[in-house]
Design a binder for this molecule. Structure first.
Ligand code: SF4
Length: 103
């Protein structure tokens, strides 16, 4: 039984290190820039209230990445989106692919 302690301790340290690395990677993920080709195609804006309503009349006040089905979260004000691999969008942002989160 006691011979499992070093192994358990090693595994716990491994998990803690992995969590720390994930947090660090998340903190340094690039944010989607306004001139990103995908952002331009989808009309992504970091502030939902600045959505181009002429080009994207689908926008309705109150819609934002933070309440979108495709938003995967992250920090308090930005996080990953399924449509922008390896980059992060602002929780207050919006794009024309917005889908209200269920529930
Ligand atoms: S799909 Fe949703 S979370 Fe992703 S950028 Fe568009 S509105 Fe934001």
């Amino acid at each position: 039984m006691s011979s499992n302690l070093p192994r358990r301790s090693f595994l716990m340290n491994l998990v803690a290190s992995g969590a720390a690395l994930f947090t660090m990677a998340n903190a340094f993920a690039a944010k989607v820039e306004a001139n990103d080709p995908q952002a331009l195609a989808l009309g992504y804006v970091p502030e939902a209230s600045k959505a181009d309503t002429k080009k994207f009349p689908k926008y309705a006040a109150g819609q934002k990445c933070g309440s979108c089905q495709l938003y995967q979260g992250g920090s308090a004000d930005h996080g990953a989106c399924a449509l922008f691999a390896g980059k992060e969008v602002m929780a207050a942002g919006w794009c024309s692919a917005y889908q209200k989160k269920a529930g």
